[in-house]
Design a protein around this ligand. Structure first.
Ligand code: FES
Length: 163
């Protein structure tokens, strides 16, 4: 074998090895695995519907996993659930003003940070919050409540999903 032939074979072999090693990294880098795409299907089990008391608000911590581009991480989010004879209402506990956690009170809900207050139906009553509480989509399946957990941009008049 000539030296030139050996170098040609070595070049091709090296190219194949580099391609083989880097292909998975290129695939993961180019594939769009944004958080938003994962969130689109993010229905989180919030428990049995029959366990929810009628005409009472219940504070619930949702525990779930989120998939980011490279990692899976645990997430905890507070929500408020109300079950009436007709339907179920779920509010995010994140204040639409600047994202503090709201709290249930006798009048409805209040935010401890800048004193926004909200009626039980989520309508803003007072304070700097630019919009009412963020209602979350729900569905019932096999006797269980599922909540589509989404976050919305704080400080805006309309709900703009951010993740
Ligand atoms: S964060 Fe709730 S009123 Fe400002």
């Amino acid at each position: 074998m000539t030296r030139r032939k050996f170098l040609q074979i070595w070049q091709v072999a090296t190219g194949m090895i580099v391609s083989f090693i880097s292909a998975p990294a290129i695939y993961f880098w180019q594939t769009d695995r944004s958080v938003t795409a994962e969130i689109d299907d993010c229905w989180i089990d919030a428990g049995r519907v029959d366990d929810l008391p009628i005409d009472q608000w219940r504070e619930e911590m949702l525990l779930f996993q989120r998939q980011d581009r490279w990692a899976t991480f645990e997430q905890k989010e507070l929500i408020y659930i109300h079950r009436s004879a007709q339907d179920i209402t779920v509010f995010s506990a994140i204040c639409p003003h600047a994202a503090c956690l709201i709290r249930k009170n006798d009048a409805g809900f209040g935010c401890p940070c800048h004193k926004s207050s909200f009626a039980s139906d989520g309508i803003v009553l007072a304070g700097p919050s630019p919009r009412s509480l963020d209602r979350l989509d729900t569905k019932m399946q096999d006797g269980r409540l599922y909540v589509k957990y989404e976050k919305f941009r704080p400080g805006t008049k309309t709900k703009e999903m951010v993740g």
